[in-house]
Design a protein around this ligand. Sequence first.
Ligand SMILES: Cc1cc2nc3c(=O)[nH]c(=O)nc-3n(C[C@H](O)[C@H](O)[C@H](O)COP(=O)(O)O)c2cc1C
Length: 320
Amino acid sequence: MFRTRITELFGIQHPILQGGMQWLARAELVAAVSNAGGLGILTSHHFASTTELRDEIRKTRSLTGKPFAVNINLFPAARPVKVDEYIDVAISEGVRFVETSGRSPEPHMKQLKDGGVTVMHKVTGVRFAQSAERLGVDAICIVGTECGGHPGEEDVTSLVLVPRVVDSVKVPVVAAGGFADARGLLAALALGAEGILMGTRFMATIECLAHPQIKDWLISARETDTLMINRGIRNTMRAMKTETSLKALELDRKGAALEELMPIIAGPNACRALTTGEVNAGVISCGQVVGLVHEVKSAKQVIDEIIDGAEAIRKRLCFT
Ligand SMILES: Cc1cc2nc3c(=O)[nH]c(=O)nc-3n(C[C@H](O)[C@H](O)[C@H](O)COP(=O)(O)O)c2cc1C
């Protein structure tokens, strides 16, 4: 058993969280992670209406009696629903935990705190962690540059960022970016983190709704099979290396503007790729840790193996 301030804060058995994942972090996966003793995090911003989010929260609750969270992405984007409205739905449905990401949570902290919500904010650097702590968040999730999704613009690895953030804030820290197995959990704890959050590893689980061809791609991929796009528009994203993402990279290097990139990088294209299995239909977030993911497993199997393996390593390391 690994008891930390993170397991206490969220009332979970194991210090393992499943990160918000647009199009994928749906009720089935979230409930499976929470039922296995971790914290599942339901993504909100792919829902085109508050009713859809409300229904998904209810569906999650019908699948698990365990704690789960909702991810609220604050990156400025054209959305059919305002961020405040997503938050209102989460609060009115009794959601107690929210993961914010993408921008400072400042404009939303009052609403979240008045609603009794425990907030974990995901950041990409030390100064963002410190300012989020000043705003009153309850936990920080720090992502290193190896992560799937948006690693920020500074290219610092988890091995450096995790202890830097741990040394810079008092609230508990969750490490993300590059974690997939027992060794990673123990390493994160050794660095001072009190839990790990994984995206890429949970993409290749039975309960994740990604098409089987996407999961096949993941389990065959190596750590060199990701790339970073959208640097020019300062919204860097680590994605699966495919013909389409290579095209986006080429445009990016030529200084393409957002309008030129949009036909390739638009969210609905990624949704199509994930649901049809046609990897070139869009660009799909993916972390370097994909090189450590060799098999599609249930979320429970992933979590159990990490915990059992970490216990075994802990014993092995306790030599006198
Ligand atoms: C397919 C995919 C979609 C993601 N979508 C989101 C998202 O919508 N919101 C968010 O905060 N993070 C998102 N992320 C980032 C993850 O929550 C998490 O921070 C990241 O995957 C951790 O790094 P790892 O991939 O090395 O495990 C996404 C990651 C992946 C792989």
